[in-house]
Design a protein around this ligand. Structure first.
Ligand code: ADP
Ligand code: MG
Length: 603
């Protein structure tokens, strides 16, 4: 259960919350492996109860049979004993009734001393050398910085559930001079949530997010739902709480994603902080040892509240209906016996790539949060990496078939670009019929392949920023990125730490000169957190390159001229694996004349 320093801190902080603390001060050093201290001003533990607290199943919560009550964070009196068995622990505590405090020292499970200590009301638990004698556990820990990143992340999750409490987190690792992370106490008003979310997720998120507040029967859902444009590469920014407890529930995350529908590009996730409140009797917390998963009495009601509550809120902001798209899709599927987004089944319809994703291949990519990345304007830069992509004969803009155009049709599978529509797709006439190209997906693949090739050749060219960019990435993200700063430097992203939670970006790859650096770094941090378990450096680098390519590529919503469109087609023809984007979606589909005749019932 306690597998890393962050989970130890979670247990200690939850105990402090259960003890009705108002102020919780956390201190760590060496990623929490060397030292953890959690100090609270809660009810304290009396002298006689101190030895009991570290005995298994000696939870004070059993007595009142409250152990299953979700209002309590504690479970079966496991945390302190198991932590005490894998570290040197000192608990110092004083209740309101005591004349003085008492301090209990335990060395790897063996009680050592119980002696008077000076102490205000409340409890301080200190853990030294966590896992020092359990090499098997130690082996699974990552670098101090990565462990620290997880600690920040954990504290942030807990803090959002308890806006009225004050939290501080100080890192005293030698050589560090950072101010502590502080979440101030907010009065327990309805606005406290919003203030705390702003502290944790950033002012920007809180200002732009949409308020959600709906009820269904006894269940209330409230919180903040990010704008669809604030999407990220991972679901890690979807925070769901049930009665003030952070829960992990993949199906609810799926519902959140579904509520946004195609307003968020496929493969991307919205950001949201959502709180469910319901009577404790209607939710079972006895399904997971850390109460991270719960079972709802009426799961269906919870899901429909979530989807309707979110949709209602998002609808008012931005929502494009895709029913027409679906209808057309169905029509094509019925006619041709082929589902879009799947490997071609009928030989007469060469839908380009087999794609594992289900559903309609190219719903909206209205991915305009960082505006126009304009990569296709950077002519020299692109040529440097991918070769002379504009060398193909400049196509004639005339609508009729010119000599050149005929030549292109005959010799190039992706044909001749005719038009762009919805600033997102390119239509090309091919020798057999037509091709529809998703400009962002296609370009993303090209950039990715180009970056991989450049890296193999040892030259991802970076560009020194004239004015280094300060990125407020957040504490956990900053730790994670700094833990991998060498790796990032190797692919052209040169960063430095700039105060807690902020980074200074000094260099970026030339290909990404126009990208939104903050978004890029946040996505990379999320990607690193997710793929942390993979030890293969190459694997991680590939993920980083893929993330970077997404940001370095021409966005949906950018107008392309005909030369640019044709350059894109020619580039696709010469790039390996160009038929699928980095997320496995198709980058283009083809319709033959025969297919089109089918659609018009000419055949
Ligand atoms: P649980 O939280 O599941 O009850 P723990 O092992 O985490 O079990 O803690 C054991 C007991 O120690 C708790 O039930 C509580 O009575 C006491 N305790 C632990 N930490 C604190 C604290 N910070 N303040 C007051 N009491 C505490
Ligand atoms: Mg506990």
């Amino acid at each position: 259960m306690v597998d890393r320093p962050a989970s130890a801190i979670k247990e200690l902080v939850e105990n402090a919350i259960d003890a009705e603390a108002k102020n919780i001060a956390i201190t760590i050093s060496g990623g929490g492996r060397e030292y953890i201290a959690v100090d609270d001003d809660g009810v304290g533990i009396s002298k006689s109860d101190l030895p009991l607290a570290v005995k298994r199943h000696a939870t004070s919560k059993l007595i009142s049979d409250d152990v299953m009550d979700i209002r309590y964070l504690g479970f079966r009196g496991e945390a302190l004993p198991s932590l005490a068995s894998v570290s040197r622990m000192t608990i110092t505590s004083r209740t309101a009734k005591d004349d003085c405090g008492w301090s209990l020292a335990i060395n790897h499970g063996k009680e050592e001393t119980l002696q008077p200590a000076s102490r205000q009301k409340g409890t301080r638990v200190v853990i030294d050398d966590l896992f020092a004698t359990t090499p098997a556990r130690l082996k699974f820990l990552k670098s101090d910085r990565v462990e620290t990143a997880h600690i920040y992340d954990m504290v942030k999750r807990i803090a959002m559930a308890h806006p009225s409490l004050r939290f501080t987190l100080s890192d005293t690792t030698s050589g560090k001079t950072r101010p502590p992370l502080t979440y101030i106490a907010h009065n327990n008003t309805d606005d406290a949530w919003r203030l705390r979310i702003a502290e944790v997720m950033g002012d920007g998120f809180a200002k732009e997010a949409v308020a959600v507040d709906s009820t269904r029967g006894t269940i209330r859902l409230h919180g903040l739902a990010g704008l669809p444009t604030a999407h990220t590469s991972q679901a890690t920014h979807i925070h769901i709480y049930v009665n003030n407890r952070a829960i992990r529930d993949r199906s609810l995350v799926g519902v959140v994603r579904a509520a946004y529908g195609d307003t968020v590009p496929r493969g991307r996730y919205p950001q949201a902080v959502l709180y469910f409140t319901l009577p404790p009797g209607e939710v079972d917390v006895n399904v997971h040892p850390t109460k991270a998963e719960v079972r709802f009495g009426d799961a269906q009601a919870v899901r429909s509240l979530l989807i309707n509550g979110l949709r209602g809120a998002i609808d008012q902001e931005v929502r494009t209906t895709h029913s027409l798209g679906n209808r057309l899709g169905n029509r094509l599927e019925n006619r041709l016996g082929v589902q879009f987004g799947q490997a071609p089944q009928a030989p007469n319809i060469p839908i380009a790539p087999p794609a594992p994703a289900n559903g309609y291949p190219n719903n909206s990519h209205n991915n305009s949060h960082n505006g126009d990345n304009g990569m296709y304007t950077a002519r020299e830069e692109r040529s440097e990496i991918t070769g002379n992509i504009y060398d193909s004969t400049p196509p004639s803009p005339s609508a009729s078939h010119s000599h050149d155009e005929n030549g292109i049709l005959a010799s190039h599978p992706l044909g001749f670009a005719k038009a762009q529509f919805h600033k997102t797709y390119v239509i090309a006439e091919t020798a057999q019929g037509l091709a529809i190209i998703d400009q962002h997906a296609a370009h993303e693949r090209l950039v990715y392949e180009a970056m991989k090739a450049a890296r193999k050749a040892g030259r991802i060219k970076s560009q020194v920023l004239l004015i280094p960019e300060v990125v407020e990435a957040g504490a956990a993200e900053t730790e994670m990125l700094m833990a991998h700063s060498d790796m990032l430097g190797g692919v052209g992203v040169v960063i430095e730490e700039f105060g807690r939670g902020s980074l200074l970006v000094r260099e970026v790859p030339v290909l990404l000169a126009e990208a939104n650096i903050k978004q890029l770094l946040l996505d990379t941090a999320a990607e690193l957190l997710r793929h942390e378990a993979s030890t293969a450096i190459e694997d991680k680098i590939d993920h980083i390159l893929a993330t970077m390519s997404c940001h370095g590529s021409v966005r949906a919503g950018r107008v392309l001229n005909q030369t640019e469109m044709n350059a894109l087609l020619r580039d696709m023809e010469t790039t390996p694996r160009a038929a699928q984007c980095n997320h496995g979606r198709p980058t283009w589909i083809a319709l033959s004349l025969a297919d089109i005749e089918h659609l018009f019932s000419r055949r």
